[in-house]
Design a protein around this ligand. Structure first.
Ligand code: BJW
Length: 268
C-alpha cells in the first residue's frame, strides 16, 4: 500500500499551494469580472457611440438618450431605437470572435465568470454567454411606464402600441438606461467587483459612469488584477495594470486563450 515512500516524501517537500498552482494554475485567481462596451460589437457591424463615425456623431444624445428627450419627442426616440433594433435583427449582424471567446471563457474556466455589458444588443447571449448582466438594458425588451412590466420585444414600438400586460397605449418604451437613470443590477455588480480576482474592461471608452468607475472599485477591494483590452487607450487607461490594444476580434481571443492555458499568473 505504501510501496513508494521516497516518492511520497518528494511530494511532501513541495508546499500544497504550489502543487495546486502547478496542477491547476487557475486556482490562484478564480473570480473573473468582464465589462464590455460598444467596441466589442464594432466588428459585428454595430456602431460605437464616441468614435468619429459613432452614433453621437449622427445624433445628439440629448435628443434621444434621456428621459427628457422621450418626454419631449417620444416619436423621435422610438424611431431611433426602432432603426437600431431592425439593424440588429437584419441578419447582417452576428457575434464576432471576441463574443465567442468570452462565451468559451465562461464555459471552460473552473471559477466564476460574470460578464457585465453596457451594450443593449444581444450578441453576447447569441455567442453563448449565460452569466450576463445588461447594465444599460436591452433593445429587445420593452417596458410599460404605466404598469412597470418589462418583457421581450422584437417589433417596432410606435405611440399606439398597447402594453401587452395592461393594454395602455402611449406607455411602452424601450427597456434601456438613459442618462440620469439608474443602471440595472448595480448591487450584484458592486458585490462581484469587490470579490473579483481579475477585472477586464473591453471596448469601452470609460467616459460613462458608473461603469467608468468599476476599475477603481475593483482596485479598492485590493486584490484584483486589472486589464484593459481596447482599440486604443481609454480615458482611464492609467488605472489598469495590464493593457493590450487592437481590434477586439483579435486581442480578446488571444487574451482568453492565454488565461485558459496559463491561468492567472503574476502577469495576468
Ligand atoms: C474598439 C473597437 C474594436 C472601437 N475593438 N475596441 C458628471 C460626472 C460624473 C458622472 C456624471 C456627470 N454628469 C452626469 C453623470 C452621470 C452619467 C454620466 O456618466 N455622464 C457622463 C457623460 C459624464 N451617467 C448616468 O447618467 C448613468 N446613470 C447614473 O449615473 O445613475 C446614478 C448612479 C450612480 C452610481 C451608481 C449607480 C447609479 C446612466 C448612463 C446611461 C448610459 N446610456 C447609454 C445609452 C444606452 C442605450 C443605447 O444604447 O442607446 O449607454 S449612453 C452610451 O454610452 C451607452 C453605452 O453603454 C455607454 C458607454 O459607451 P461605450 O460602450 O464606452 O462606447 P464608446 O463609443 O464611448 O467607446 C467605444 C470604445 O470602443 C472606444 O474606446 C473605442 O476605441 C473602442 N473600439 N472599435 C476594440 N474594433
Amino acid at each position: 500500500m505504501f510501496s513508494r515512500p521516497g516518492r511520497a516524501r518528494a511530494y511532501l517537500a513541495e508546499p500544497a499551494s504550489s502543487i495546486i498552482a502547478r496542477v491547476m494554475p487557475q486556482t490562484s485567481a478564480r473570480k473573473i469580472l468582464i465589462l464590455t462596451g460598444a467596441g466589442i460589437s464594432r466588428e459585428s457591424g454595430l456602431h460605437t457611440f464616441r468614435d468619429p463615425d459613432g452614433i453621437w456623431s449622427q445624433v445628439r444624445l440629448e435628443d434621444v438618450a434621456t428621459p427628457e428627450a422621450f418626454e419631449r419627442d417620444p416619436v423621435r426616440v422610438h424611431e431611433f431605437y426602432n432603426a437600431r433594433r431592425r439593424a440588429l435583427l437584419s441578419g447582417d449582424v452576428g457575434p464576432n470572435p471576441a463574443h465567442g471567446a468570452l462565451a468559451r471563457l465562461e464555459a471552460d474556466w473552473p471559477g466564476e465568470v460574470l460578464l457585465v455589458t453596457q451594450n443593449i444588443d444581444n450578441l453576447h447571449e447569441r455567442a453563448g454567454s449565460k452569466n450576463l448582466v445588461h447594465m444599460h438594458g436591452e433593445i429587445l425588451s420593452a417596458r410599460c411606464q404605466r404598469c412597470g412590466v418589462a418583457g421581450p420585444w422584437s417589433a417596432d414600438i410606435v405611440m399606439e402600441t398597447p402594453c401587452p400586460t395592461c393594454g395602455q397605449a402611449e406607455a411602452l418604451r424601450v427597456d434601456v438606461v438613459w442618462f440620469g437613470e439608474m443602471p440595472m443590477q448595480m448591487d450584484r455588480i458592486l458585490t462581484a467587483l469587490e470579490a473579483c480576482d481579475l477585472f477586464v474592461s473591453i471596448g469601452t471608452s470609460g467616459s460613462v459612469y458608473p461603469a467608468a468607475g468599476f476599475v477603481q472599485e475593483a482596485r479598492m477591494a485590493g486584490r484584483a488584477h486589472t486589464v484593459e483590452l481596447n482599440l486604443e487607450p481609454s480615458e482611464g487607461h492609467n488605472l489598469f495594470a495590464e493593457r493590450h490594444y487592437g481590434p477586439a476580434g483579435r486581442i480578446v481571443p488571444e487574451f482568453v486563450a492565454r488565461i485558459l492555458r496559463d491561468g492567472l499568473g503574476e502577469k495576468s
